[in-house]
Write a protein that binds this ligand. Structure first.
Ligand SMILES: Cc1ncc(COP(=O)(O)O)c(C=O)c1O
Length: 430
């Protein structure tokens, strides 16, 4: 896909011959740097930043058409050219038909779930979740009379938890922090058999580089772009990507939006509903400067993850042999419960987060000189936290343990530093 700019691309090259390889056939790493950028005289070689709050119409009829149908440029709360380029790039990388980028991963999760649920509906979720997602499901959605049943995330348990009013199944592709890998194909079968949708948080799947849930049957792929997509810990963002399958039976339209959705079906209708809800109505809009940083980060996500996954694998193996460390959890280790599934769903690498238990977390963290204590993931720098008392501190104790977090657990997100330097710092801190 090539975005031609808000005023169109007046210098496009002639249509290539039919035998030319199309963008969809390019490797991920090629699409990461080439997608969403126009070709032609004077076109910017990178992602331009558009800071306008509104966009012009030539006449009243154009304005009326846009307000009736949506999907174009009018007011930047709904769409902005820089954000749109990021969305096109994400669609290309996730194998999606449509993507909505928002101000944070939390905004994306909330929008994805609320785009198909209303009061009285039910969600089935895995319990190995990021604390913020657990908080939304446990504390926020009940305020709108939407109830969630938590399960161990297996297709059997999720099937057993279904109710006639179940609208969505929710799980993380690679769970943060326990590294459980979702059996997406089997979960999609369970969801679709019950007339529900499958939404997968693909944050740790690295913008589709490690995993593309839509290709295995998921209906929505949600992610925090703050993590591997941006990759430098420099901007917040989140996205919801949807496929093109016919999901319209699951949509609930309100009177106000019905008019613009009448001619849309399936993924297009779902995507427009999400933009209406998350951006237009709730205003969780992504700022163009952030979209630029996140879109630029995507250009190197594959290269970074190759190195980070290799380092994470080496550290996991080394730590699991270390006498002062216990309970190392990384889905690239044969003893991890998701090891087999990781071979199937994550051919390029098993992710860049791992957890391990140390005798005295406070002492360990305070002795570190290279690794930094910070709650982010997917940074170029290796970061560690004590999830029990920080990221998961407000999650009920049973849910914390179910999410793979104990009082002695350290979560590490592996960056781009040299492996030997990381080992030396961990060794002296232990
Ligand atoms: C797996 C996962 N999903 C969603 C989020 C929320 O993203 P954000 O912090 O961008 O709102 C996070 C944040 O840590 C996360 O780890």
């Amino acid at each position: 896909m090539v975005y031609s700019g808000p005023m169109g691309n007046h210098h496009e090259q002639p249509t290539p011959p039919a035998s030319t390889v199309t963008e969809a056939e390019w490797d991920y790493t090629t699409r990461a740097v080439q997608s969403a950028i126009s070709r032609g005289l004077g076109q910017s070689i990178g992602l331009p930043v558009h800071t306008a709050a509104a966009f012009q119409f030539g006449n009243l009829e154009e304005a009326q058409a846009e307000f009736a149908q949506g999907g174009g440029l009018s007011y930047a709360r709904m769409q902005n050219p820089t954000v749109r380029m990021l969305e096109e790039r994400l669609s290309s990388l996730e194998g999606a038909a449509h993507t909505l980028a928002l101000a944070s991963g939390q905004a994306a999760t909330f929008t994805a779930l609320m785009s198909v649920c209303r009061a009285g509906d039910h969600i089935v979720s895995a319990s190995t979740l990021f604390g913020g997602s657990a908080g939304l499901l446990q504390n926020v959605l009940p305020l709108m009379s939407i109830e969630t049943t938590f399960t161990d995330g297996s297709p059997e348990a999720m099937k057993a938890a279904l109710r006639p009013n179940t609208r969505v199944l929710w799980a993380e592709m690679i769970s943060n922090p326990s590294g459980d890998v979702a059996d997406v194909a089997a979960l999609a079968e369970v969801a679709h058999g019950a007339g529900a949708l499958l939404a997968i948080d693909n944050t740790v799947g690295g913008a589709g580089y490690l995993a593309r849930p839509l290709e295995h049957g998921a209906d929505m792929s949600v992610q925090s772009l703050t993590k591997w997509a941006g990759g430098h810990g420099s901007a917040m963002g989140g996205s919801v990507s949807v496929g093109s399958s016919d999901l319209s039976r699951n949509l609930i339209f309100t009177e106000g939006e019905e008019r613009s959705l009448l001619n849309l079906h399936g993924g297009a209708a779902l995507a427009q509903r999400q933009r209406w809800l998350g951006a237009s109505q709730l205003g969780m809009t992504l700022a163009p400067h952030s979209a630029f940083l996140l879109g630029q980060g995507l250009e190197t996500v594959g290269v970074r993850l190759d190195r980070e996954c290799a380092t994470a694998q080496a550290l996991a193996e080394w730590l699991s042999r270390h006498e002062r460390v216990s309970a190392v959890s990384y889905c690239g280790l044969p003893e991890h419960p998701s090891y087999e599934r990781a071979q199937r769903y994550l051919p390029r690498g098993k992710g860049a987060i791992l957890t391990f238990d140390v005798p005295d977390p406070s002492r360990f963290l305070s002795r570190l000189q290279l690794l930094r204590i910070a709650p982010n993931l997917g940074d170029t720098r290796t970061l560690v936290v004590h999830p029990w008392t920080t990221t998961h501190g407000r999650v009920p104790e049973a849910s914390r343990r179910a999410a793979g977090v104990g009082p002695q657990t350290i979560r590490m997100t592996v960056g781009l530093e040299d492996l030997a330097d990381l080992q030396a710092d961990i060794e002296q801190a232990l």
